[in-house]
Design a protein around this ligand. Structure first.
Ligand code: ZN
Length: 233
């Protein structure tokens, strides 16, 4: 179990670890240690990361009412970035944004390997200052094995609303050499918007190849980036 992040010290300690000390046991700047002004108290608040991640798993499992997870520092806007990559292997379905895309290979993963939904979840969690998807839905937990990634999205959206935010807009980029995404783009976007409970006008999806280089360009992997802007409700 992790612990909440400790507040940073207000001033330097007399630790011997400073590489600027002339003596390992005698700090160089003894006389100015207490001249540094204290940081504003708002920067010292901690986010209840633990209770939130624990609540996330529990709420999904039991369908409980939201538990308290309001970030300590309330901002009018919060941005988050998500990245994910999966190896492509023959014999697996290729699920992107909840849509089954015909292809000769798919993602070998603990869940359905939906690279887009995973990185969207991480972007939302990141914007909320929460742990990443791997911590909230550990891949060594059998209850998530084969789970559709829509479960993770719905939980991330629940946490977003619980924290008092709604989606401003989302911009995602898929990176894959094959197959072409354009025939499926509207279906992916529509499904992603529905999962987010968002107007499709604020959900953008782009796709690009990797110029046939590296694993992405050699059809051995697929990746996605997502940036989200959350707005205070
Ligand atoms: Zn993933």
């Amino acid at each position: 179990m992790a612990t909440a992040a400790a507040a940073p010290p207000l001033y330097a300690s007399s630790s011997s670890s400073s590489s600027f000390s002339s003596s390992p046991n005698k700090p160089l700047f003894n006389n100015i240690f207490f001249l540094r002004p204290p940081l504003p108290s708002t920067k010292l608040t901690t986010t209840p990361r633990l209770s939130v991640s624990a609540a996330a798993t529990t709420a999904v499992e039991l369908g409980q009412a939201p538990q308290s997870s309001t970030p300590a520092k309330t901002l009018p806007f919060r941005v988050g970035h998500g990245f994910d990559l999966h190896r492509l292997e023959p014999g697996y379905p290729l699920i992107i944004g909840g849509i089954d895309i015909p292809h000769d290979r798919g993602c070998e993963a603990h869940s359905d390997g939906d690279v887009l939904l995973h990185c969207v979840v991480d972007a939302i969690l990141g914007a909320l200052g929460l742990p990443d998807i791997g911590q909230i839905f550990p891949d060594n937990d059998p209850k998530w094995k084969g789970a559709p990634s829509s479960v993770f999205i719905k939980e991330a959206v629940r946490l977003m609303h619980e924290a008092g935010y709604e989606l401003g807009n989302l911009d995602a980029t898929l990176i894959l050499q094959r197959p072409k995404v354009s025939p499926h783009k509207e279906a992916i976007k529509a499904n992603l918007s529905a999962l987010l409970g968002a107007d499709p006008a604020v959900v953008n999806l782009k796709a690009k190849t990797h110029e046939k280089v590296d694993s992405l360009g050699e059809n051995r992997s697929i990746a996605a980036h997502t940036v989200v802007l959350l707005m205070r409700k």
